[in-house]
Design a protein around this ligand. Structure first.
Ligand code: CTP
Length: 396
């Protein structure tokens, strides 16, 4: 993430050095924006060394790159730590007389502040009114903690420890708490004989990412895993895994788990047909039996689940399509959603860069009436997060 850490003039600025270090170690791109006052507590070289970036405080430096708004526009997250009573008041009023002020006004990213001040200042009605104003604008107030303060006094006003701030600002939303989720993922294998099967190239990565995201957001997750490699499955840590092999096994496991689920997601690539008479022994060239395989149709699992779903259950189907024309692809996806009786259908483009066996994915989500209700691209985890956001909106 692209994170701006704004530092204001309080003694707790020394703790922010460690916060920046933790963020950089966590792989984030951190830009420190101190106020002039903050530099009286911790100097510019420290911020530059720890963030590995040039640091400026004023709006008249690096003007060519319009730094006073560019920083805020590019940020994915802004953390103000420590946030003094003075800065909180300036934020509430929308003042922009330094780089920190302009950055805060220019950003649409989430903003979190970690207040630090003496107890009297924290409790003052002016500060409390300003905090209420910031909160009403969606700014997250992290702390302050209760404890010993610099003057030897104690009470609320202590800036939280860097680790606590990090946990609070980076913690995912817990908006799936208590939601029971069943996800199928991977690809089924239909035996031809004891050593051969009819299969497909689905790795199970997108389904495992959906499970991981749901676990992180508080859901109870059952993952029906069709032939997923252990390293892929490891991503779904925290989900209950039910391994299956064939479409028939997948159907049984899904029906069992779906009976008590709030959300069912069929991300697995299920074989439409299976060999009618799988051989008990390995077929050989001598038998010359491998030139022809008779097939019988498998059940459409998601259609069956959707048709017999309990009240209030949301059913999501997937479709991997190779049609590159977006209109044709959408038209096919709309027909498929109708046919399956799913609430949402996630269409992913399976081409050289996206889809099967790839880390990245690009999807469109078709909802009620065939409307495109969402789209997402990026890593499979990012796509999973976007699908869950959409799914929750559809359930609301
Ligand atoms: N699916 C299923 N049971 C099957 C086949 C597919 O539950 N026997 C589910 C998949 O898990 C997916 C959705 O149906 O959620 C769409 O799968 P897809 O193979 O694209 O659909 P088909 O109906 O097989 O359509 P197509 O003609 O494109 O193969």
């Amino acid at each position: 993430m692209n994170i701006v850490v704004a530092v204001t003039g309080g003694i707790a600025a020394y703790k922010t050095v460690h916060l920046v270090r933790l963020l950089v170690k966590g792989g984030h791109d951190v830009t420190v924006v101190p106020t002039e006052d903050a530099l009286r507590f911790v100097g510019l070289p420290t911020w530059e060394a720890i963030s590995r970036k040039p640091v400026t405080t004023g709006v008249h430096e690096d003007v060519a790159r319009v730094r006073h708004v560019a920083l805020g526009q590019a940020a994915d997250l802004v953390i103000v730590a420590p946030a003094t009573a003075n800065t909180i008041a300036k934020m509430a009023a929308g003042l922009a007389d330094d780089l920190l002020g302009t950055t805060l006004l220019a950003t649409t990213a989430p903003v979190a502040i970690a207040p630090a001040m003496h107890t009297e200042m924290w409790r003052h009605p002016a500060t409390q009114a300003n905090i209420a104003t910031l909160r009403s604008r969606g700014i997250r107030i992290v702390g302050p903690g209760d404890g010993e303060l610099t003057g030897g006094d104690s009470g609320p006003g202590r800036m939280l420890e860097p680790e606590e701030i990090l946990d609070a600002v980076l913690a995912p939303a817990r908006d799936l708490t208590g939601v029971r989720v069943v996800i199928s993922a991977g690809g089924t294998r239909e035996p031809i004989d004891p050593v051969r099967f009819l299969g497909n190239r689905s790795s199970g990565r997108q389904g495992a990412a959906l499970a991981a995201e749901a676990v992180a957001r508080g859901a109870e997750v059952v993952l029906v895993a069709a032939n997923i490699a252990p390293d892929v499955l490891a991503a779904a840590h925290g989900a209950t895994v039910r391994p299956v092999g064939t479409a028939g096994e997948l159907s049984i496991a899904m029906k069992d788990a779906a009976a008590s689920a709030d959300v069912v997601i069929m991300a697995a690539a299920v074989a439409d047909y299976r060999p009618a008479h799988p051989a008990e022994h390995k077929l050989t060239k001598e038998d010359a039996l491998l030139t022809r395989i008779d097939l019988v149709e498998n059940e459409d699992v998601v259609a069956a689940l959707a048709a017999s779903r309990p009240a209030g259950q949301t059913v999501v189907a997937f479709a991997a399509e190779t049609l590159t024309d977006p209109d044709e692809r959408r038209a096919r996806a709309r027909r498929k959603r109708e046919r399956k009786g799913a609430d949402l259908l996630v269409v992913n483009l399976a081409d050289a860069e996206h889809g099967f066996e790839k880390a990245e994915n690009a999807v469109e989500i078709i909802g009620e009436g065939g409307a495109v209700v969402g789209e997402a691209s990026g890593t499979k985890r990012e796509v999973a997060a976007a699908i869950w956001d959409r799914l929750l909106a559809a359930r609301a």
